[in-house]
Design a protein around this ligand. Structure first.
Ligand code: ATP
Length: 295
C-alpha cells in the first residue's frame, strides 16, 4: 500500500511555480526523505498533503484513497515549531496539545517515554535544551499513536548531540512500524535515516526511489592513452564497469564501489597493445551525486 501518492501535483504562488507537476509515492513502513535545497518546494508539498494549502493542479491520495479528515487523523505532524507554554511542564503542555487536537489525552506518559523526557516531565519547558524542546514537539506529533508521521526539517537548528538524538528517535519510530515522511535539506541526514527519497529542485522532481538505488556509491577510473579512440574501442571489450564516458582527452569508467582493480585494467590494455599514459581512480562522493542531481 502507498501511504501517500502524489500525482502531477503543482502549486503556484502568483507567478512563482513552487511545485511543477511532481509524482511519486511513499511505501508503507518507509522513512521517506523529501530532499532539496531551500526554496525547492518541500514545505509547500507537505502543506498541501496536510490540507493547510490548496494545490493548483494535480492531486494526491492518502492510504490509496481520496484524502479526507479521517485519513489525516491517522497522521501525526510536525510542520513548524509548536507554541508550547514556557512556564508549563512537558506534561502540562502535552495535556493542552492533546485537548486541542482531541486525541491522545491518555497517551501522555507513553509519548514522554518514547521521546525520552520522562525524567524531566515536570520541569518547565523554559528549562529545556533545544534538543529536548524538539523532542517534546515530536512527542506532540505522536499523541494518539498515529501510524504515519510527517516532519518538516526535524533537526533544524539543533547541535550535533540534539541531531543525533532526533535521528535515533526517528529510527526507533521506524522500527515500531511507523511510516515517516520528512523534509530535509541535508543529504547526509537523508542518507543516514531514510530508506527512500524524493529529490526536489525548484519545484521539479529530480529523482525518487530507494536511497540505495538513488545514491549509488560509485568509483570512477579515469584513463587516457596516446590514441584515445583506440583506447575507447579496446575498453568496449573489457568487462566489469557499469558505464563509460569520454570527454576531451580522457575516458571515465564507472564501477560499483570497491570493485575497481587498476592493475587488471592496465594489463588488459597492455595485452591489447595499448600503453596507458594516465590511470587514476576518483571516488565519487555522495555530495557530487547530489549536486549532479540538483544543479
Ligand atoms: P525551505 O527549506 O527554505 O523552507 P522549501 O523547500 O520548503 O524551502 P517552500 O517553502 O515550499 O520551499 O518554497 C517554495 C517556493 O515557493 C519558494 O520560491 C518560496 O519563495 C515560494 N513560496 C513559499 N510560500 C510562499 C507564499 N506564501 N507566497 C509566495 N511564495 C511562496
Amino acid at each position: 500500500m502507498a501511504i501517500l501518492s502524489v500525482e502531477n501535483l503543482s502549486k503556484n504562488y502568483g507567478a512563482i511555480k513552487a511545485l511543477k507537476g511532481i509524482s511519486f509515492s511513499v511505501p508503507a513502513g518507509s522513512v521517506f526523505g523529501i530532499l532539496g535545497p531551500n526554496g525547492s518546494g518541500k514545505t509547500t508539498l507537505l502543506g498541501i498533503v496536510m490540507s493547510v494549502l490548496k494545490a493548483s493542479g494535480g492531486g494526491y491520495k492518502l492510504f490509496d484513497e481520496e484524502p479526507n479528515d479521517a485519513h489525516r487523523k491517522k497522521i501525526g505532524t510536525l510542520l513548524e515549531t509548536p507554541n508550547f507554554y514556557h512556564y508549563l511542564s512537558a506534561v502540562q503542555n502535552l495535556n493542552i496539545t492533546a485537548a486541542i487536537k482531541g486525541r491522545g489525552e491518555d497517551d501522555i506518559d507513553r509519548v514522554l517515554e518514547v521521546v525520552n523526557l520522562t525524567q524531566r516531565k515536570n520541569s518547565p519547558f523554559s528549562s529545556y535544551s533545544l534538543g529536548m524542546k524538539q523532542r517534546l514537539a515530536i512527542g506532540a506529533a505522536l499523541l494518539g499513536n498515529p501510524d504515519v508521521l510527517v516532519f518538516d526539517e526535524p533537526t533544524n537548528g539543533l547541535d550535533p548531540v540534539g541531531i543525533a538524538e532526533i535521528r535515533s528517535l526517528i529510527k526507533k519510530l521506524s522500527q515500531q512500524g511507523k511510516t515517516i515522511i520528512m523534509a530535509s535539506h541535508l543529504l547526509d541526514e537523508v542518507e543516514k535515516v531514510c530508506t527512500h527519497v524524493a529529490i526536489l529542485k525548484q519545484g521539479d522532481l529530480k529523482a525518487s526511489g530507494n536511497v540505495n538505488e538513488i545514491f549509488v556509491h560509485e568509483d570512477i577510473v579515469e584513463l587516457a592513452a596516446e590514441n584515445i579512440d583506440q583506447l575507447d574501442t579496446v575498453l568496449n571489450e573489457m568487462q566489469g564497469y557499469t558505464k563509460k564516458t569520454k570527454d576531451d582527452g580522457t575516458i571515465q569508467l564507472y564501477y560499483p564501489q570497491g570493485q575497481v582493480k587498476l592493475d587488471a585494467i592496465n594489463s588488459f590494455c597492455f595485452n591489447k597493445g595499448l600503453t596507458l599514459n594516465h590511470l587514476h581512480m576518483k571516488k565519487k562522493s555522495l555530495e557530487s551525486k547530489f549536486f549532479e542531481l540538483t544543479n
